[in-house]
Structure formats: C-alpha cells, structure tokens
Ligand binder design. Sequence first.
Ligand code: MN
Length: 233
Amino acid sequence: MSADYVIPAAPQAAIAVAGTTKTYPVRRIWCVGRNYIEHIREMGQDERLPPFYFAKAADMIVPDGGTVPYPTLTKDMHHEVELVVAIKTGGHHIPVAKANDHIYGYAVGIDLTRRDLQIASRDLKRPWEVGKTFDHSAPCGAIKPATETGHPKEGKITLKCNGKIRQDGDLNQLIWNVPEIISNLSEMVALEPGDIIMTGTPAGVAACVAGDVLECEVAGLPKLTVTIGQPIK
Ligand code: MN
C-alpha cells in the first residue's frame, strides 16, 4: 500500500553494516544518561540512581567519515563516545536474561551535547532536548552483527581528538550493563526493531571546535571518525 502523503515522506535513516553492502534501518535513538561512575563524578551527580533516558531523532545520525557542522546556540559542544546497541526484535517487559536475543549488533557512536544548554536546562528543571537533540548530534559508525562480535562485556572504549586521547574507558565500567538497560528501557516503551541505544559515556568529555577530528573506538568494532565543520549560519 503506498500512502497518499500530502508532503514528501522523509528518507529512511540507516547505518551501514560492516563488511556488507547492506544497511540497518534506524527507527528511534534512545540514550542512557550517567552510566559510568567517573563521568557521573565529573558531572557532580548522584551515583546511585537508576538509569534514565532521553532520545534523539533517527535523522540526526552522521555516518563514519562524515562532517558535523558546529551547531547553533552553543559555545560548548562536548563529545561523548558511547557503545551503541542495535535492536533486532523488540517488545515490552524484556527479561534481563533474554535481552541479548533482541540485539542485532553493536557500533561506536558519539552523543554530541550542547553542554552549556544541557546544564542550563537541567538547572531550570527543563527537558534536555535543547542540549542533546539537534541536527547531526548522533554520529554512528558501521554496525557489526552480534553473530560476529558476541555480546561484549568488556573492552576499551576511547575517543581521540586530533590524535590526542580524551576519553579512555572500558565497557566493564558500565553501571547498568546492556541487558539491564534493554530490560529497563522496555518497561518505559515497547522497544522496536530499528531502535538503537546509546549506552552512556565514560569520563573525559570535553569541548570540540570547528576543524577537530574525533576518532572513536570500541574494541572489536568498526572505528568511527568524524570531523567538526564550520558553524551553521
Ligand atoms: Mn551520553
């Protein structure tokens, strides 16, 4: 059935699947806040709270090799390198023990953040969207299927800016691990095929400026490199 849309439908957002010509269609982007102790400490927040979530739109993805125009409104855009989980099959009330069965694969992403605006909205008890949800705010590298990677519980997660290491963590530092996140998030929404989850960032978040090259790696996954471009006029 072809719908009788009154305006053009948006193109389907998608992420490359490593080693193939195929792509993974993205439906929604869920992000976990504060999931590494050292990052919680650098942000001065409570270390014992349950996970919480915010969202970005699928068309905010930037592929490996892409350029992120420096966004409007901010003077303090931070990088947050994160392990990305791509959901294959969804549902409500997914048990922790079954969560891995719902995963298609894994990738490396960056939760780009207008930190000045995020903190201002946090202090005003307003939503985080102005700080987190903006065009080009979700760079994501190619997805490697879980059939090839297994389900990593540990491994280095790093971000270099212009060749200098800025973030250097390990997946074993995740407070809420991937199955726990999938299970918990599936209480808030019915997860759907095409949903991806950015699982939180380790310590070392910092500002980037036009011309910076960000290189992100998680052990065993395809590298993600993006360049920060000139400011949006
Ligand atoms: Mn984040």
